[in-house]
Write a protein that binds this ligand. Structure first.
Ligand code: BGC
Length: 741
C-alpha cells in the first residue's frame, strides 16, 4: 500500500517535471525567436503607392488569401512572447501581429508608450505626457515624437501605441500622467505634433483609448453615459483631429459607452470613425479585455484583436458557419489592415535606424530639456527661488522620493530607462563637491528638521510613485486590490488616486520642516493634480515637476538653481478640494460625463481655482498688452486673427505662453464661458517684446446640435480673451463677430 503511494507520488512528480520542462523549453523558445524584419524596403513593394493604389493592391492580396491567412492578420501573436521575454530577458520585447511572407505582407511590430518606447531593451524615458503637455510647446513635442519615431524603428517597432488622448475629466484618474490633460484643444494639438513626427519615421501610430476611458480602477466595465453634445464637443474632438491628421490606427477602450463595450460599438468604430470622419486605417482592441464577443466586435468594425487570438482566431470560422458574420465582414477588416501595411511598406525610409539610437545621449538631453520646460512653478513666496548658487554651502534634500528611481507608472507605459537621475543625485552632481548635501528620507522627522535648520536652503521632495497612481489591473476591476494581489509581480498597483492630497508621510515631513528654514522649496512629483490647501501657506515655494523622466534630477537642479527659468503651465485645474470637481468614484459601475469639467466647470459656476488651468510662474515677469483683433467681423468659413504684445518685464530670460480663449457668453445655447483655441510659447530676453499672432478658424467655434445631428456656427459676437493663464483677471479682452456677407 505504502509502496503504491510512493510510486504514485513519484509518477506525479515525474509528470510535473516533464510539464515544467516543456513549459521552460517553450518559454525559452518563444523568448529566443529572432525579431522579425520591419524595414519597409524588405517587403518589396514599389515606393510611393497612393491611397487608391493601396486599396487595389490590398484587394489583390486579399483575393490570394485563404480564410486562415486572413484570420491570422486579425490578431496579435504576442502574449506568450511578451511574458517570456519579461521573464527571460527582463524587458518587454516587441509583440507581433499578422504578416505573410508568401504575399509580402509585413507584420505589425507593436510597442507601447507614451513616455518612450516601452517594448525595447532600453529607451529614452521622457517626462510623462502630462508633463509634456505642461510645456505648452508644440515644437518640443514634435521633437519628442522625432526621437520616439527613431527609437521605435531602432527597436524594430513599426506600430506604436504611445499616444493616449483620453481626457483628464478628473485628476484622480490613475492614468492621467499618460494624457495631455483636461482640455480637448491642448490634447489634440500636442497629440497631433507627436503623431506626425512619429509617423514621419514610418511608424504607424495607434491613438488610444477610443473613447471615454478616464477612470482606471473600473476601466474594464464602467459604463459611461453622456449627452451627444458632451461626446462630440468634449470627448471626441481630439480624436477627430488625429484622424484628420492621418493617424493610422485607433485602439478602442475597455469601458462601455451607453451600456455597450466600446470594442463592440458600431456607433463609435464605424458610424463616427469611418462614415463621419473618413478614417481609413485600422482599429485595434485594447488588450485582453477589449473584446468580449468576437462576432459583435467584427460587426462593429474592430479589425485587430490584441494581443492574441481569443475571440478571433479559430472562432472566426464558427461565426461564419453560424451566420453571425459574413465573409464580406472579414474581408473588409483584413483589407483595412493590409492597405495600411502596404502603404507603410511603400514609404521610403528617410534615415538608418541603428540600435545605438536607443537612449542616445542626445535623446536624453532632449528629455532633460522637456523636463525643464514642463515643470510648473506654482508658488514662489518672497522670490525664494531660484536659489543662489554661491549662497548655498549646505543643501538639505528631504523626502523618500529624493532618492527614488521614479519615472512614473510601471504598467504598460513603463520604459526601460538605462539610468534615472533622481532629485538628490541631480542636485549633488549639479552643485559639485563644494556643497554639502544633508539628506533625510523623512522617516526620522527630528533629523529632517535638524537638517533643514542647519542648511542654507532646503529641497523637500514630496508626491507619489508608481504604487500610488497609474495603470491598474485586478481580477474584477470593481474592488480594491487584496493584499495578495498587491504582492504579485503581475499586478499593477497604482490605479486611481482619490482623493488628491499628499500622503501622511509627506504631510508630516512638511509639518516638521515648515518654518525651519525660509529658503524652502517643495518639489512635487506627481502624475496629476495635488491639492495643497492644508499646507501650502506654510511653505514659500512649490515646483510641480510631474514624473520628469530619466533626466529629471538634472533638470530639477538646473531649475532650482536658476540655470533655466520654469515656464510650464498647468494642463489641468488644481482645485482647493476634490469636492469642487465632478463626481468621481474609482469603482463606479456607471457614471455620467457632462460638458463641464476642469476650467469650464469653474468658469460656469463662477468659481476660481487656486491654481487655474494654464497657470504657471516664472523667475521673471511678463506683461501682455496691445491685443488687436485684425478684423472685427469674420465670415463663416473665415479665420479670426489676433495679435498681442508680450514683454519680459523682469531681469531674467524666460518663456511665456500666450493663450487665446474664445468667449461664448452671447450664445443662445448652453456653452462654456470660454474655450482654449490657440496658444504660442515665446522665449523672451529681459526687456524684449514680441508680437504674437494667434488664429482661430471659425469652424472651431461650432457647437453640436444633437437634434439636427449637425455642427452649427452661431452668427454672433464672440469674446477674445488672451493672457498667460485661464484666470479671468489674467486675460485681456476684445471681441469679434461672425456674420455672413
Ligand atoms: C492598456 C493599453 C496598452 C495595452 C498594451 C492595456 O492594458 O490599456 O494602453 O497599450 O495594455 O500594453
Amino acid at each position: 500500500m505504502r509502496k503504491k503511494l510512493v510510486l504514485a507520488l513519484l509518477a506525479v512528480a515525474a509528470v510535473a517535471i516533464v510539464i515544467a520542462g516543456f513549459g521552460a523549453a517553450r518559454l525559452y523558445y518563444v523568448a529566443s525567436r529572432p525579431d522579425l524584419e520591419v524595414r519597409p524596403a524588405d517587403w518589396d513593394w514599389p515606393a510611393g503607392i497612393s491611397e487608391e493604389g493601396a486599396d487595389r493592391l490590398a484587394a489583390g492580396v486579399l483575393a490570394e488569401m485563404s480564410l486562415e491567412e486572413k484570420v491570422f492578420e486579425m490578431s496579435g501573436q504576442g502574449m506568450s512572447r511578451m511574458i517570456a521575454t519579461i521573464i527571460l530577458k527582463g524587458y518587454r520585447a516587441v509583440v507581433y501581429a499578422g504578416g505573410n511572407e508568401r504575399l509580402k505582407v509585413p507584420p505589425l511590430a507593436f510597442a507601447d508608450g507614451p513616455r518612450g518606447i516601452g517594448f525595447a531593451p532600453r529607451a529614452t524615458s521622457f517626462p510623462v505626457a502630462l508633463a509634456r503637455a505642461a510645456t505648452w510647446d508644440i515644437d518640443l513635442e514634435r521633437q519628442v515624437g522625432e526621437v520616439m519615431g527613431r527609437e521605435a524603428r531602432a527597436a524594430g517597432v513599426n506600430y506604436f501605441a504611445g499616444l493616449s488622448v483620453n481626457l483628464l475629466r478628473h485628476p484622480s484618474w490613475g492614468r492621467a500622467q499618460e494624457s495631455y490633460g483636461e482640455d480637448p484643444w491642448l490634447t489634440g494639438e500636442m497629440g497631433l505634433a507627436l503623431m506626425r513626427a512619429v509617423q514621419r519615421h514610418n511608424v504607424m501610430v495607434c491613438a488610444k483609448h477610443f473613447a471615454l476611458n478616464s477612470i482606471e480602477n473600473s476601466r474594464y466595465d464602467v459604463d459611461v453615459t453622456l449627452s451627444e453634445r458632451a461626446l462630440r464637443e468634449v470627448y471626441l474632438p481630439h480624436f477627430k483631429k488625429l484622424v484628420d491628421g492621418g493617424v493610422e490606427s485607433i485602439m478602442s477602450a475597455y469601458n462601455k459607452i451607453r451600456g455597450e463595450y466600446c470594442g463592440h460599438s458600431e456607433e463609435l468604430l464605424t458610424t463616427i470613425l469611418r462614415q463621419e470622419w473618413g478614417f481609413r486605417g485600422f482599429v485595434s482592441s485594447d488588450w485582453v479585455e477589449g473584446l468580449h464577443d468576437g462576432a459583435q466586435g467584427i460587426r462593429a468594425g474592430m479589425d485587430l484583436e490584441m494581443p492574441s487570438p481569443v475571440h478571433y482566431g479559430e472562432r472566426v470560422a464558427e461565426y461564419l458557419d453560424d451566420g453571425l458574420i459574413s465573409e464580406g465582414d472579414v474581408d473588409r477588416m483584413v483589407a483595412r489592415i493590409l492597405r495600411t501595411k502596404i502603404l507603410w511598406a511603400s514609404r521610403e525610409d528617410s534615415e538608418v535606424y541603428s540600435p545605438e539610437l536607443l537612449a542616445h545621449p542626445e535623446h536624453a538631453a532632449l528629455a532633460r530639456e522637456v523636463a525643464e520646460a514642463g515643470a510648473v512653478l506654482l508658488q514662489n513666496g518672497g522670490g525664494v527661488l531660484p536659489f543662489e548658487r554661491g549662497a548655498v554651502r549646505r543643501l538639505a534634500v528631504l523626502g523618500e522620493l529624493a532618492t527614488a528611481d521614479n519615472t512614473g507608472d510601471r504598467g504598460s507605459s513603463n520604459v526601460a530607462a538605462p539610468y534615472v537621475v533622481a532629485p538628490l543625485a541631480g542636485l549633488a552632481a549639479h552643485l559639485g563637491d563644494g556643497v554639502e548635501i544633508l539628506h533625510a528620507d523623512g522617516r526620522d522627522l527630528e533629523k529632517a528638521r535638524r537638517h533643514a535648520e542647519a542648511a542654507d536652503a532646503v529641497v523637500l521632495v514630496a508626491g507619489f510613485r508608481h504604487g500610488e497612481e497609474g495603470e491598474y489591473i485586478d481580477d474584477d476591476g470593481v474592488s480594491p486590490l487584496s493584499e495578495a494581489e498587491k504582492k504579485s509581480p503581475w499586478t499593477f498597483e497604482g490605479g486611481d488616486r482619490y482623493p488628491l492630497g499628499l500622503k501622511a508621510r509627506d504631510l508630516e515631513l512638511i509639518d516638521a520642516v515648515a518654518g525651519a528654514n525660509e529658503r524652502l522649496a517643495v518639489v512635487l512629483i506627481a502624475g496629476s493634480a495635488v491639492t495643497m490647501e492644508d499646507w501650502r501657506q506654510r511653505v514659500p515655494a512649490i515646483l510641480l515637476a510631474w514624473y520628469p523622466g530619466m533626466e529629471g534630477g538634472t533638470a530639477l537642479a538646473r531649475l532650482l538653481f536658476g540655470e533655466v527659468s520654469p515656464s510650464g503651465k498647468l494642463p489641468l485645474t488644481i482645485p482647493r478640494d476634490v469636492a469642487e470637481l465632478p463626481f468621481f468614484d474609482p469603482y463606479a459601475r456607471e457614471i455620467e460625463y457632462g460638458i463641464y469639467h476642469g476650467y469650464t466647470l469653474f468658469d460656469k459656476e463662477g468659481r476660481e481655482a487656486p491654481f487655474p488651468f494654464g497657470f504657471g510662474l516664472s523667475y521673471t515677469t511678463f506683461a501682455f498688452d496691445n491685443l488687436q483683433v485684425l478684423a472685427p467681423v469674420v465670415a463663416p468659413g473665415g479665420t479670426l486673427e489676433v495679435t498681442v504684445d508680450v514683454t519680459n518685464t523682469g531681469a531674467r530670460a524666460g518663456a511665456e505662453v500666450a493663450q487665446l480663449y474664445v468667449g461664448f457668453e452671447a450664445s443662445a445655447v448652453d456653452r462654456p464661458v470660454k474655450l482654449l483655441r490657440d496658444f504660442a510659447k515665446v522665449d523672451l530676453a529681459p526687456g524684449e517684446t514680441r508680437t504674437v499672432a494667434l488664429t482661430v478658424p471659425t469652424g472651431e467655434l461650432r457647437w453640436y446640435d444633437p437634434e439636427a445631428k449637425q455642427w452649427r456656427l452661431e452668427e454672433m459676437e464672440y469674446g477674445v480673451l488672451v493672457g498667460p493663464s485661464s484666470r479671468p483677471a489674467d486675460l485681456l479682452r476684445a471681441s469679434f463677430r461672425v456674420a455672413g456677407e
